[in-house]
Design a binder for this molecule. Structure first.
Ligand SMILES: [Zn+2]
Length: 325
């Protein structure tokens, strides 16, 4: 009888939840195994993979991190899912017993912002630029659907798009206890509302997606001219190490050329194609020239970028043509 009952339970549970919950397979595969890398005293990075979103990586393609002061900890970005954010918090707690008081979300894209709810549940103050908050409110559900499609429910389960607890439009200093950290807004470049985080003590700059290193920049919310200006400003800041949103660390005096030259290449390619009367379909067959063909994810990102830029440039041409005035 007991045997029979447990057999029925197993059958019902399998139908309801799928076998993997009972075999332990899911628990094995849906862990990010985040490991903090100390890049300066009290400054840690979780390095993401140089890949596109996939069922294998669960969208762990983003660099996040944290800074430890005497009294408190500040996290940089919240990762793409609830699971990621939980692991991130767990990994931070394994490094230091101090409270995580703040999490600065550099912009509204899902790989950086979809862990917000988990940080909120842990009573952590979530800071964001107001324009990024508005975009997250408007587009979060669509961006999340896109992410879920690409990485699968095993990774996204329990993730809910949520909004920050505080907004920051002007430069602000946060003291973590003998450790002042500057939060600096950079508007209208990569997205309308990006934030960068500068640890004065170690001269580490967390640049979010204003800087990509060795990976094709994403531009769905970008204004390339403003972004290029921001890169000049960022380059002049006094940093020893710069942590890009994607890709490996940059050291003092290294130019931000990986992002700069690719953005300029995108703009020139789209501009030249439009003035030659080339169609978008034709441009999709472009062979990406060296050195840009070496960038991670460039094949998919180039096509997305061209679609965005074609639309932008055609709009501009339409607005400025005499017949429309
Ligand atoms: Zn990103």
């Amino acid at each position: 009888m007991i045997y029979c009952k447990s057999l029925i339970f197993f059958f019902v549970a399998t139908v309801l939840f799928g076998l993997s919950h009972f075999s332990g397979v899911e628990a094995e595969t849906t862990r990010y195994k985040l490991e903090p890398d100390m890049i300066a005293s009290g400054v840690f990075v979780f390095w993401g993979k140089q890949e596109s979103f996939s069922r294998e990586n669960g969208a762990n393609i983003v660099n996040t991190g944290f800074i430890v002061g005497r009294d408190a900890i500040l996290a940089i970005d919240t990762g793409p899912t609830r699971l990621y954010a939980e692991e991130m918090i767990e990994a931070i707690k394994a490094v230091s017993p101090l409270p995580i008081r703040h999490a600065v979300v550099t912009h509204h894209h899902g790989d950086h912002a979809f862990g917000i709810q988990t940080f909120k549940k842990n009573n952590i103050n979530i800071l964001m630029h107001p324009k990024a908050k508005n975009l997250l409110a408007e587009e979060g559900a669509v961006l999340f659907g896109y992410l879920e499609n690409l990485i699968g429910l095993d990774w996204t389960t329990g993730t809910e798009v949520d909004l920050p607890t505080s907004l920051l439009e002007k430069e602000r200093m946060i003291d973590l206890g003998q450790r002042p950290v500057l939060i600096i807004p950079y508007e209208g470049g990569h997205t309308p509302g990006d934030l960068v985080i500068y640890d004065i003590t170690s001269k580490t700059l967390f640049a979010g997606d204003l800087v990509f290193n060795g990976r094709a920049a994403t531009i769905p919310h970008a204004d390339i001219s403003t972004w290029l200006d921001h890169l000049d400003t960022l380059e002049k800041q006094d940093w020893e190490s710069l942590i890009p949103g994607h890709g490996p660390l940059l050291s003092k005096n290294q130019a931000l050329d990986s992002t700069r030259t690719y953005l300029a290449f995108l703009r020139e390619t789209a501009g030249a194609a439009i003035s030659r009367g080339t169609t978008l379909a034709e441009i999709m067959t472009t062979v990406i020239p060296s050195p840009f063909d070496q960038l991670a994810t460039v094949n998919s990102e180039f096509l997305r970028a061209m679609t965005t830029l074609f639309r932008q440039l055609e709009d501009e041409q339409f607005k400025s043509s005499p017949s429309t005035k």
